[in-house]
Write a protein that binds this ligand. Sequence first.
Ligand SMILES: *Cc1c(COP(=O)(O)O)cnc(C)c1O
Length: 418
Amino acid sequence: MQFISTRNQCSSFCLSDAIQTGLSPDGGLFIPESFPTIHRDTLYDVNDFIMFAYRILQPFFQGDRLEPHLMQICQSTFTFPVPLISLSEESHVLELFHGPTASFKDFGARFLANCMQRMTKTPKTILVATSGDTGSAVGCAFYRRPHYKVVILYPDGKISKRQEQQMTCWDSNIFSFAVKGSFDDCQRMVKAAFAKSAYQSKLSSANSINIGRLLPQMTYFAYQAVQYYKQYQREPTFIIPSGNLGHATAAYWARTIGMPIGKIILSTNANRVLPDYLETRVYRPRESIITIANAMDVGQPSNFERLQALYPSFDELSQNITAIAVDDAKIKNTIAEVYKRHQYICCPHTATAFYAQQYLCEKNSILVATASPAKFETCIEPILNCSIPVTNALKCLLERPMLKRQMDASLDQLGRWL
Ligand SMILES: *Cc1c(COP(=O)(O)O)cnc(C)c1O
């Protein structure tokens, strides 16, 4: 299988090179040259998640130098449960936050680290800007891996206390910095570093546009869709809290290869670029707005290009994508309502999916829970008036000593650490 850019279909890359390069040289994103078809009935008996993930991913690895390692990569990535919680006959919650840093980012970050570890023998520095969950997932995934150093930039004072603890609890090869500025400043510093030739050859990227993070996210959509179809003889609707649209892209790809997925609905926070586009036909990326669902504070979703590559005309796109924006007030109300109705505590991101389900009267749907509520206790506890228990995995991280380093939003200061 070869991978091409969303912008220039002429040159193609093998998977390893696409993972190592991150972004295509023409500035586009890597997409599969064509999609394989996997017949769902060949998967009905594959109940083991690792085996299932291997079957979904194998066609994308075909012919690549990583192919012989794929089984091992799956085995060392998918080491935690992916439960589907049924709240009622109509709503099921797919909990993707049982990994070590308690968000779905663990799937992509760990898979990427396991791929990269098998590719290089020269020292590399992974540089990431993060608005919340990516930094901790990448730090954890690369912790103590030979040849790799990770430098994480996050905006000082703009992430939750527990998110910060998860980012700053590492030693050894992981270095995190609270940048005096916004998430956009962090991202600008990363872009500036990648643009400077002195750093280029040393740097690697682990951000969400990397195809090595996207592919593993197809696995649980596919797995749960097949399980659901077997049980109910119906294709489930997935409702996905979305920001950069990486998660959503993986779900559309899972459907494209033949998995029994019905509708796909995307819920955003007040950063409503996609819902506005579907309503007005005018695509207007903008500065991001800060919300309580901070991991979705994205004003220019990078993976939009991949969705456009899949559905090139507006009509196709709007027939396939439904998107609903949910502001902070509605998120808070929803957290309270969901608790009242189901005694279920959801994080602010996941609440956007619950709101969308209510608003659209969606039956027969799987809501995707993207992070553990335990990471967002300062937001949720005042709403519910109760304390949120810490999960075991989170406890392990929170008990580690924290080392907070600060940095001005300048490339000079960053350069010393690269
Ligand atoms: C990253 C993240 C999202 C958004 O995922 P995208 O792939 O960027 O759309 C949603 N919820 C949580 C908790 C996240 O960490």
